[in-house]
Write a protein that binds this ligand. Sequence first.
Ligand code: HAM
Length: 432
Amino acid sequence: MAGRRLQAPRGTFDVLGEDGRRRRALTGQAAEALGRAGYQYVETPIFEDTEVFARGVGETTDVVQKEMFTFEDAGGRSVTLRPEGTASVCRAYVEHGLHKAPQPVKVWYAGPFFRYEAPQAGRFRQFAQIGAEALGSDDPSLDAESILLLADILRPYEMPRLRLRISSLGTAGARRAYSEELRQHLRARVDELSDDVRARFEANPLRAFDSDHPGTRAVMAGAPKLLDRLAPEDAEHFAEVQGLLDDAGQPYEVDTTLVRGLDYYTRTVFEFTNEDLGGQSGVGGGGRYDGLVEQLGGPPTPGVGWAAGVERVLLAPDRPERDEAGEVLIRARVETPGHLDPPEPVFVAIEPGASRRTAFAIVRALRERWRRAEMEQAGRSLKGQLRHADRLGAEAVVTVGVESFRVRDMTTGEERSTATADEALGLLEPRP
Ligand code: HAM
């Protein structure tokens, strides 16, 4: 019986041919980069109790107010197709008592997400994300590491106009005080605002920075900036994140007007945009969410992470694998998720008073050499760090001292000292 012609639902698509290969290559390369940084692959359900997102993402966000695929199942429960992954990961962290595991807990995921948006180029109702989250530590090295991992994953794609913008939102308390100051600024010039902003700024004044409306933009240009209102410890945290990005040679712009569409962010926020994409230019973004686990019923637990939109990344062509000089540009071209189970790491421990930045640089250098490497990121004592290295099954431990470095082979117990980080790295080259 011939009926009407059947099609994929509006805002969805089939993956066929070359597209399938490129999607698997991107996921495989992300698996490799994240695995080397100690992130473990996880899966959470594609639908959740609606409250996970209502409480997690925030009642006043567009995502929760307008974009969720929410329905009642046959048992009368309200469930929602996941619009994002962070709330689900935090729900799982609480449910499985992962705060009792060694911190930070680093996980990554990939799969379909759902938002009821008006479909257009690069914007779908079912899209794929690759995401990474690190929970249980507020160490700024986790923020920087997270950002740099996303930069690494985007590198094999030709995006000459890729921009990274970063900012800090401070803590919830500082933001509340600032929001009130911003409300007063907006109330004083309410007649110049767009209808949309006027209707919503009392609930969420920060969102007004997002507006394209000329009158609103003029009002916002003269608005007080949150970055000028950060508490000293938050300003210091943000300065450290920037220092680590500088050390790594990662270009970025500090954008005081950067707002993200989800309510859970605290401190660092960031977004990579491909300016060649026009409207839907956000290829990936994220930030810190130090209150989210608690909001979902767990103990106070900091966290930081990001998600990248697979379709948006793949709108950019692949970069050539070699430049004119024959230099290899892309070193991971795996068709299937590769090192889901990466080998034993090199652990980088830090003596009291020694440079954390040097430790961070050593870890980055090791990962560039295809080694899995982790460093101390949870405030352990030196003894605790060595115990943690043991627990991770580390094959070697580099201890960054105040004036020298020690490299210990964990299988033979042999230990050698060096004066420079480069020499320490030299000792870690795989033996012939
Ligand atoms: P988000 O910015 O809402 O963040 O989404 C991340 C990425 O998903 C976007 O940059 C974009 O590339 C892609 N994306 C979002 N909506 C669509 C759509 N309708 N169609 C195609 N691509 C889309 C989050 O989801 C946070 N969970 C990120 C995060 C993780 N923050 C902390 N941890």
